[in-house]
Design a protein around this ligand. Structure first.
Ligand SMILES: Nc1ncnc2c1ncn2[C@@H]1O[C@H](COP(=O)(O)OP(=O)(O)OP(=O)(O)O)[C@@H](O)[C@H]1O
Ligand SMILES: [Mg+2]
Length: 251
């Protein structure tokens, strides 16, 4: 495939009079980990919802792997290899952990539930460190484990692109480090990742490029070291905390 994996051109999403996402143009190259940052209400989750077809774009076009996917429904986007995690994790509580992963696999198509699907779901659960919890009810999981389950569900969709929405929110420092290692391992499998994240330590250690949203508009994009020194980004979001600091000190 030539060109970027994901390409947004002039994408806007309005809710009544509010432009939650306003004229956003960006491209995500195959194999990269891109950070999406910005203050609360900047439009980050809405952008993910637009890419995945949850909220259709009000204007603009979205291309994925060379195909125009602007008007696709969520299940159609999933079948093309776009998976996402949810900011508010919402497993089916009465289903087992394994069944939650299998449900995601079925949503993305390609598998009927059976021995092979179950075997594969167990592999994903082992990969994310939930191998021992496969047969427990999802309601028994801690927050950190529910976040891991989100990763396993995403992987079960065989994603080319994985959209991560605040997978580290509410986790302690050790759990964040574990999640970081997991995200690196997923990227190491060749999955392209767009990660929404407020923890700059995570963004700076994972991302080759950062995109900044503010009031729905893309106000900056570029290499991490340039972004943390960008006056518009400092004013809109970072404050003075990161200006001129080494990446390893951020956070
Ligand atoms: N379904 C909706 N209906 C109406 N307004 C919405 C809807 N979803 C989001 N918004 C509004 O769009 C704007 C962007 O919200 P969004 O959730 O995308 O921000 P965010 O950058 O993800 O913020 P946070 O960091 O708090 O998660 C906000 O003003 C929000 O209130
Ligand atoms: Mg959000």
């Amino acid at each position: 495939m030539n060109g970027p994996l994901l390409e947004l051109t002039g994408v806007t999403r309005q809710f009544g009079g509010l432009k939650a996402v306003s004229d956003v143009t960006l491209s995500v190259p195959q194999g990269e980990v891109i950070g999406l940052i910005g203050p609360n209400g900047a439009g980050k989750t809405t952008l993910v919802n637009v890419i995945t077809g949850v909220h259709p774009a009000s204007a603009g076009t979205i291309r994925f792997a060379g195909e125009d996917i602007t008007r696709l429904k969520p299940w159609q986007a999933a079948r093309r290899g776009i998976a996402r995690t949810f900011q508010i994790v919402q497993p089916f509580p009465e289903m087992t952990v394994l069944e939650n992963v299998a449900a995601a696999a079925m949503f993305a198509g390609g598998v009927r539930y059976g021995r092979d699907a179950e075997h594969e779901a167990r592999e994903h659960l082992r990969f994310v460190g939930l191998g021992d919890y496969a047969d427990r009810d999802a309601s028994a999981l801690t927050l950190a484990m529910r976040k891991r389950l989100e990763f396993a569900k995403g992987l079960a969709m065989h994603p080319k692109l994985l959209l991560l929405d605040e997978v580290n929110a509410g986790l302690n420092a050790t759990e964040v480090d574990e999640a970081l290692a997991l995200i690196r391992a997923i990227a190491g499998r060749g999955v392209t990742i767009l990660i929404i994240e407020h923890l700059m330590k995570v963004v700076l250690s994972l991302c080759s490029r950062i995109v900044v949203l503010h009031h729905g508009e893309l106000i900056a994009q570029g290499e991490p070291q340039a972004i943390i020194k960008d006056p518009r980004v400092i004013q809109a979001y970072l404050g003075r905390r990161y200006a001129g600091t080494e990446a390893s000190n951020g956070g």
